[in-house]
Design a protein. Structure first.
Length: 285
């Protein structure tokens, strides 16, 4: 359903070019829940930006639902973002002047297609995610977990091919985080949704079918959960994730220890030191 092949992306700063994505290939199948993890500067948000068509990439291909996204004009890309992709952000991105129900309907309002089917789906999503009781409240009057569940519902109102989630639990406590991740699971089981999530949270990632680890703009490793893993299985999967992350960090520490400080300049600078402004969740808007 989503295929990314040999993706490259670089940024130009003055006369220097910084490679951020270095030949990344991955896929997300129908009804699959996939996470991407990695240290700051590894390319996670840049990858999400490229898939969401917010920034152009240098070379490679991104195919979504059989459509090659490279070379599309801005109007066509805007349709892809509105009709084929759903977005969930760390800071919710709800409109303060609209109620919860109206926020869920925003993508259909943009299309000027708020018809009976949209109204019915909004009501279904409100019930599905346990926020029907706050449907007529405004974002300022609800909790962070309720805000994020509203954002998940909004991402589904157009029945997109893929939900892109950028640190969806980053601003939430552990209880609210679990509720939001369970909302993604419910969206998959009840609505057939596919989810591609960037996260630093190993607990959130443990709910996924697969976790892709990025390091220095490349795929470092891919871990797969046991089919049908439940509570106990998630704990085992989270331990595997933490072990892989520790191993990745250990290798970085060993490399850093072998490089004397005076050599960390120019072409010798590791790619992980790429300016952090190029790798934050705020890139995706």
């Amino acid at each position: 359903m989503l295929y990314v092949k040999n993706l490259h992306k670089s940024y130009q700063t003055g006369r220097k070019s910084y490679s951020v994505l270095k030949g990344i290939s991955l896929s997300v199948a129908d009804r699959e829940f996939v996470a991407v993890m990695g240290p700051s500067g590894s390319g996670k948000s840049t990858l999400l930006n490229c898939i969401s068509c917010y920034i152009p990439f240098d070379t490679g291909t991104i195919t979504l639902g059989g459509k090659n996204l490279k070379g599309m004009d801005e109007n066509a890309l805007a349709r892809v973002r509105n009709e084929n992709l759903g977005f969930v952000f760390q800071d919710f991105m709800l409109l303060d002047g609209l109620t919860v129900r109206e926020n869920i309907l925003v993508p259909r309002i943009i299309q000027e297609k708020v018809e009976s089917d949209a109204e019915e789906l909004a009501d279904k999503l409100l019930a599905l995610f346990g926020i029907a009781s706050v449907a007529d409240k405004y974002p300022a009057d609800i909790s962070g977990g309720e805000k994020q569940r509203t954002a998940v519902a909004r991402s589904l109102i157009n029945r997109p091919l893929l939900i892109l989630a950028d640190e969806p639990t980053g601003n939430l406590d552990s209880k609210s985080s679990r509720t939001v991740i369970e909302s993604f699971e419910e969206a998959r089981s009840s609505l057939g949704a596919s989810v591609f999530m960037v996260t630093h949270d190993s607990f959130a990632a443990s709910f996924c079918d697969r976790v892709i680890l990025l390091k220095d703009g490349m795929v470092y490793d891919t871990l797969e959960a046991e089919p049908g893993h439940r509570e106990d299985g998630r704990g085992v999967f989270q331990d595997r994730l933490l072990g892989a992350i520790r191993e990745m960090s250990r290798m970085d520490s060993e490399i850093s220890g072998r490089i004397s400080p005076h050599r960390l300049s120019g072409s010798d600078m590791p790619d992980s030191s790429f300016p952090p402004t190029k790798e934050t969740g705020r890139d995706v808007k």
